[in-house]
Design a protein around this ligand. Structure first.
Ligand code: PLP
Length: 369
């Protein structure tokens, strides 16, 4: 990183390629792979990630909301894109951008049928989402007969796939619960095969599902966090590589006398003489106040420096007492040495939240493979 750069989020596409191959190696070669790039590619750079996944041979991309899919189309992405959570108001936007909606409720199916009919679509590809226990989004199994009848009566839509989502695929303590979800999905699969026209394909597994229940991969898997280098499992994490590395530089160093305070609202008081470093990154960049009071720790020259007091909007102060460092030195929040998962764990949260919460203000630097 050149000295002129302050805060930067490096995006390592070589790590993405490595993780893609690691995940692919755990599924059958003919199983399709959907790369999840919602939330700006888990806070990295959705277009750069999508372009690389396209080059690597992914079959599908997945986003949460319609505008995330529109953005990828505007960036020239050609892969099929599944929109997991479209809203009634943007169903008209999906079609001109060739985005494929997940239809998850009678209301959204009804609305999309109207939109597809009004624009004269024939066999527009859609995906049906079923609830098997997460109780978040999805049709219930008992909706199927009515649903199948509606679909048999429409020439506007074709069901490309049918899917569900696991609630605790990362938790070995919940294996019985997960097996119950898998069985519920099996029943939906056989009912769909006999009742729903169009010979749809099936998918259930996210990253942890691929790692822990690969026998239930059906025809496609949907991986997000694993692509970015995290897996909810320390042993697998060791085989993956973090895509994102968050770096900054020391703006100023202070010697703080005993009894003095540091930061807003006297967040920290020096009991004895302390050296502090002020960093140009704060909660507006996605390092929330939950990381204050020592919950977050950064690395400076390989040494651990805890965050002092309260994280400010644009700045964070860390304790560098006893650490040899100077103004302008590089600081790592997370990356190869210390993972985003470890940084997040200090504040009782998870890599998903830390990564996806990094704000657009942090400059992204794409490092090619
Ligand atoms: C976010 C999401 C995924 C990806 O999950 P990871 O744990 O990040 O692999 C897969 N499927 C659905 C429906 C999702 O919402």
């Amino acid at each position: 990183m050149p000295e002129s750069r302050g805060t930067v989020l490096e995006i390592h596409l070589g790590a993405l390629a490595h993780n893609y191959r690691e995940l692919r190696a755990r599924i059958r070669p003919e199983t399709r792979f959907l790369g999840v790039v919602k939330a700006y590619g888990y806070g990295s750079d959705a277009a750069a990630i999508a372009r690389k996944l396209e080059a690597l041979g992914a079959d599908y991309l997945g986003v949460a909301f319609t505008d995330e899919g529109v953005y990828l189309r505007q960036q020239g992405i050609r892969l099929p894109i599944l929109v997991l959570h479209p809203q009634p108001g943007d169903l008209g936007t999906l079609i001109p951008h060739c985005l494929e909606p997940s239809l998850y409720s009678p209301r959204i199916l009804e609305r999309f049928l109207q939109v597809a009919a009004a624009s004269g679509q024939e066999d527009y590809p859609v995906h049906l989402k079923f609830n098997t226990g997460l109780n978040r989004l999805g049709f219930k199994a008992e909706d199927l007969p009515a649903l199948a009848e509606t679909l048999r009566g429409s020439r506007n839509l074709i069901v490309r796939s049918v899917f569900s989502h696991l609630a605790a695929s990362d938790d070995p303590g919940e294996a019985d619960f997960t097996r119950g979800q898998i069985q519920a999905f099996e029943e939906i699969v056989s009912a769909v095969r006999s009742e729903v026209p169009g010979a749809p394909f099936f998918h259930l597994l996210n990253t942890s599902g691929v790692l822990n229940y690969p026998e239930s991969q059906w025809d496609m898997v949907r991986c997000g966090i694993g692509l970015y280098g995290y897996s909810n499992d320390p042993k697998t994490d060791a085989r993956l590589r973090p895509v994102a590395r968050l770096l900054t530089r020391i703006s100023q160093i202070h010697d703080v006398a005993p009894g003095e305070w540091v930061g807003y609202n006297k967040g920290f008081q020096a009991g004895e003489a302390r050296r502090t470093a002020t960093l140009p990154i704060g909660h507006a960049d996605g390092i929330g106040r939950i990381y204050g009071q020592g919950a977050g720790q950064v690395l400076i020259g390989g040494k651990t420096a805890p965050i002092l007091g309260n994280v400010c909007m644009d700045m964070t102060m860390v304790d560098v007492t006893g650490i040899s460092c100077r103004e302008g030195d590089e600081v790592e929040f997370f990356g190869d040495v210390r993972s985003a998962e470890a940084f997040a764990a200090g504040a009782g949260t998870i890599s998903y939240e830390l990564l996806s919460g990094l704000s657009r203000r942090v400059p992204r630097e794409i490092i090619p493979e």
